[in-house]
Design a protein around this ligand. Structure first.
Ligand code: C2E
Ligand code: MG
Ligand code: MG
Length: 553
């Protein structure tokens, strides 16, 4: 039976339209089977659903009330569709008034109802007969106002490639849809909201544990192989889910699940991520930064700190490394880890190449004036793998060398091992950098994909030992490893710089082992140029806008 409130609404509407002849009044839950029985009364398969008035379509048939009823509910007078179970035919109902009540839809169909026209279904995905995104949202909107709901989004990795490249892909998608329908339909409604993305709308109160259990079950369903010709295809899914008051903020719930899905996808295959406020904040921050980054340079918010590199024999500074910082108007001082990956993803990093090289070389000129003997002093810039994909880096370096008339060997280009894995194009670019006369250093040596390939193919000038080796230098295995690296590098004529020296004990051990150069908080923290050589000498190099900015580790 319908709740009382629904009944009274139904009867009020019924009175309102009593002057119409041949008015049909339905009161059904969405997605129920409505059985039409002659002459005037109709039983609904789902408990609580009722039907009054003459049957709108052929008597005795069963009809599936599809999502567009709810869409119609939003528009008031609208067209709605029911689907005949036997024939699969969609029939158009022209409704005078469609109103959602507490847990049902009241549909008043006018005299021209049941016109029997076959129409394109709205709110349904034609390939799978699951809801589509419109249908999913309509379903959410039709929920009682206080009802909790959860949306699970599963992006099936690689499915869009199959769909794009194969004519039989429809079978694969249909097989997945059938599997979802067969296994988890009792938990809610399934939808396909993108080529490779399915959604499950659950209209019950889920706690964290239920949620992750369900997410795991969906992941497991996706993982089961699907027969495809004489092969079996195996997929994995990234899953994001969100729980909330569905009816009140339907699009927000879907959006939140999308946020969680994006996070799951970012972290690689097979991840499930639940939406949370913290996640939202992180993602909002990331997207704000990504949005602000291209204009940060024009707004004068980027600047470089410099950290000295010392000769460990006599502790004289022999160079400095330029480390980028961003003084963001809302988020304050940002470390490279906060924005360099975004600059790499969006490609903005390549636009910063000229500025970085120019600023670093301006600083070098100032540093050379301040440190004696100055002629050997170098400046190191960090370069991302992404910058090796075209010739801009080479052009920028060439221009900057020309402009400031400096010896190219005083510029050190630092690359991590991961960046060096950029492939042949990357090697090609670096060979051109070396041809210019610049030096090449391998950053964070030993912490990435330590391939010896690049040491054989590139004229590497130095390697920078990752801080983890320096911090564990007292462990016998680490000591032996560092000693072995020194032998290897000596054979190749490659210098070794120890990074992250924080204690005099570490310094002592590194010197005993024969490590030539070092960098770390013990010897000098990264600071703005004027902090290193005084304001006057640093004129012409960008400075932090709000005074010296020393990042606290
Ligand atoms: P990196 O090139 O290995 O730079 C050394 C990092 O270690 C710097 O962090 C520095 O502040 C920190 N460091 C130095 N001495 C110590 C120490 O004694 N102890 C500890 N715990 N840390 C120390 P920062 O400035 O946060 O930079 C992080 C990374 O960001 C850099 O690592 C570099 O890979 C990247 N990066 C910085 N500037 C740029 C840039 O202009 N372009 C690109 N592509 N990457 C940059
Ligand atoms: Mg570096
Ligand atoms: Mg490093």
């Amino acid at each position: 039976m319908l709740p009382e409130s629904s009944r009274s609404i139904a009867s009020r509407i019924s009175e309102d339209v009593a002057r119409f002849l041949d008015v049909r009044l339905w009161s059904v839950r969405p997605d129920t089977m409505v059985e039409c029985a002659p002459p005037a009364w109709v039983r609904a398969a789902a408990p609580g659903a009722t039907f009054r008035g003459p049957p709108p379509i052929a008597a005795g048939d069963r009809f599936h009330v599809v999502a567009c009823l709810e869409q119609a509910a939003r528009r008031g007078r609208a067209e709605a569709i029911v689907r005949a179970e036997e024939s699969g035919e969609d029939l158009l109902i022209v409704a005078l008034d469609v109103r959602p009540t507490e847990d049902a839809l009241v549909v008043l169909a006018g005299p021209d109802a049941a016109a029997g026209r076959t129409v394109e279904p709205v709110g349904l995905d034609s390939a799978t007969e699951l809801l589509d995104s419109v249908g999913l949202l309509e379903r959410l909107r039709a929920l009682p106002i206080e009802r909790d709901a959860a949306i699970f989004l599963a992006r099936v990795e690689g499915l869009s490639d199959v769909v794009r490249t194969s004519v039989e892909a429809g079978d694969v998608v249909a097989a997945l849809a059938d599997r979802f329908r067969a296994r988890l339909a009792e938990r809610g409604w399934w939808a396909r909201i993108d080529v490779d993305t399915f959604a499950l709308l659950v209209t019950e109160d889920l706690d964290e544990l239920d949620g992750s259990f369900l997410a795991d079950r969906i992941a497991e369903l996706v993982r089961q192989p699907i027969a495809y010709g004489d092969r079996a295809l195996e997929f994995t899914a990234a899953i994001g889910w969100s729980v909330g008051r569905g009816r009140r903020f339907p699009t927000a719930l879907l959006y939140d699940a999308g946020v969680a899905l994006a996070e799951a996808s970012r972290h690689g295959v097979g991840r499930t991520v639940a939406y949370s406020e913290r996640l939202r904040e992180r993602i909002t921050r990331r997207s704000t930064l990504r949005h602000d980054l291209p204009s940060a340079l024009a707004r004068d918010e980027l600047f470089l700190d410099f950290q000295p590199i010392h000769d460990l024999h006599d502790l004289t500074p022999i160079g400095a490394e330029a480390l980028m910082r961003w003084q963001h108007p809302d988020y304050g001082l940002l470390r490279p880890a906060d924005f360099i990956p975004l600059a790499e993803e969006s490609g903005v990093i390549a636009d910063l190449g000229w500025w970085l090289a120019d600023q670093a070389v301006r600083a070098l000129v100032a540093l050379r004036g301040a440190f004696a003997p100055a002629s050997e002093f170098t400046v190191a810039i960090n370069v991302s793998g992404r910058q090796l994909n075209d010739d801009r880096l080479v052009r920028d370096l060439d221009r900057v060398i020309e402009l400031h008339r400096i010896d190219p060997s005083s510029i050190v280009v630092e690359l991590t091992e991961t960046a060096l894995m950029a492939g042949d194009q990357g090697i090609e670019t670096l060979l051109r950098v070396a041809d210019l006369g610049c030096r090449i250093a391998v950053d964070d040596f030993g912490a990435g994909f330590a391939s010896l390939d690049y040491l054989s193919r590139l004229p590497v000038d130095s390697v920078k030992l990752h801080p983890s080796f320096v911090h564990r230098i007292d462990e016998p295995r680490v000591t032996r490893l560092v000693a072995a690296v020194l032998v290897l590098c000596r054979q190749l004529g490659v210098g070794v710089v120890a990074e992250g020296i924080e204690s005099s004990r570490q310094l002592k051990r590194l010197r005993e082992l024969g490590v030539g150069y070092g960098q770390g908080y013990l010897l000098g923290r990264p600071v703005a140029l004027d902090g290193l050589i005084g304001e006057e000498a640093a004129a012409g190099v960008s400075r932090p806008r709000s005074g010296p900015a020393v990042l606290v580790p």
